[in-house]
Ligand binder design. Structure first.
Ligand SMILES: [Zn+2]
Length: 195
């Protein structure tokens, strides 16, 4: 009895290990050609070619250490989206991406003065420790002058893993999905985002 249980445990472990290794070569990874930004689907085991930029295989979460630039895969996603937008006659540019904590503090303080309270200000500028900008995992696109281009990105961004997040900010995009997945529903404003 004990022996057969041990065998069963072994069998289950073997199957689950096998299952995991089998699964990982079927997790799709999006790669964009460095010259024409054509997207090819590889998988996380094979990776992307040297001639390609990785757009990642899932939502891009921030690192544990504060960065000093926009996340590299997020930039790759933006470049691929920018190239596709250009083909459709739309220009995309990053108005604001990475911000230092002190920059975010200044912006928040300005918003508190403008809106009268921290609570009201947080709907428009996230407090420094809450904002995703100092983590390098957000881009503000075409702000404030080109909402049409940002509208293009809102419609087409999911192909590149870029989603508009807030109802009150047409310019704010985050890499919250894998390229090709569906963007989640918008939340009203930054006070509804959970880090
Ligand atoms: Zn933003």
């Amino acid at each position: 009895m004990r022996k057969s249980r041990a065998f069963l445990a072994f069998l289950l472990a073997f199957l689950s290990i096998n299952g995991i290794s089998h699964a990982s070569d079927t997790i799709p990874l999006s790669c964009a050609n460095k010259t024409n930004y054509t997207i090819r689907i590889s998988n996380v085991i094979k990776g992307c070619e040297k001639t390609e930029l990785s757009l990642g295989a899932g939502a891009i979460s921030h690192s544990l250490i504060r960065p000093s630039v926009v996340d590299k895969q997020l930039m790759n996603r933006f470049k691929a989206a920018q190239a596709a937008a250009k083909k459709d006659g739309q220009a995309l540019y990053i108005a604001s991406g990475f911000r230092t904590l002190s920059r975010q503090k200044t912006l928040f303080a300005q918003a508190v003065r403008k809106y009268g309270s921290a609570q009201e200000a947080s709907k428009w500028v996230a407090p420094p420790l809450v904002s995703h900008h100092p983590w390098g995992v957000v881009i503000d696109v075409n702000y404030p002058d080109e909402p049409v281009g940002a509208g293009w990105l809102e419609i087409n961004g999911s192909k590149f893993g870029l989603c508009r997040v807030f109802e009150n900010e047409w310019w704010h995009f985050e890499p919250v999905i894998a390229p090709g997945w569906k963007c989640p529903a918008l939340v009203p404003d930054a006070t509804f985002s959970v880090d």
